[in-house]
Design a protein. Structure first.
Length: 115
DNA sequence: GGTCTGACTAGGT
DNA sequence: AACCTAGCCAGAC
């Protein structure tokens, strides 16, 4: 935040973006996981909103999925298709039910420790 | 400035 | 396994 209400698009969002950008190619993280890493444990929803507000193409928003290992459905199904496409492009495989194995592709934040 | 909304989640039916 | 509910809380109106 800031004293003068400058651009503060909410430091929360910025932190979320920072975390999301840490997710390595070929891995996925859940909203809850990102929330926790961003220091806002329990506010998985905010993560979703933050991603929704993304305009920056450099943020791998598609690597964030819900706790069920599926792509969260949203108002426009076109995004879900795109997201799946992007993930498959990174080598991530979907089950017959359209789910991703978190056990297999779930991001293990050891990457963060690398600084 | 009070309400409504939602890219979530965990827990209960 | 599908569906419902209650917490959550920053934006949009």
């Amino acid at each position: 935040m800031n004293v003068r209400g400058q651009k503060t698009k909410s430091t929360t969002y910025k932190t979320i973006y920072k975390i999301v950008m840490q997710i390595p190619r070929g891995s996925v993280a859940t909203y809850g996981q990102v929330a926790k890493l961003a220091g806002i444990s329990g506010q998985a929803r905010q993560v979703g909103y933050a991603l929704n507000a993304i305009t920056d193409n450099h943020i791998p928003w598609h690597r964030v999925i819900n706790a069920k290992g599926e792509i969260s459905p949203r108002s426009d199904s076109a995004f879900a298709r795109l997201q799946r496409e992007l993930l498959e492009h990174e080598g991530i495989k979907f089950s017959s039910q359209g789910k991703i194995s978190l056990q297999l592709y779930g991001w293990k934040p050891a990457t963060l420790l690398n600084k």
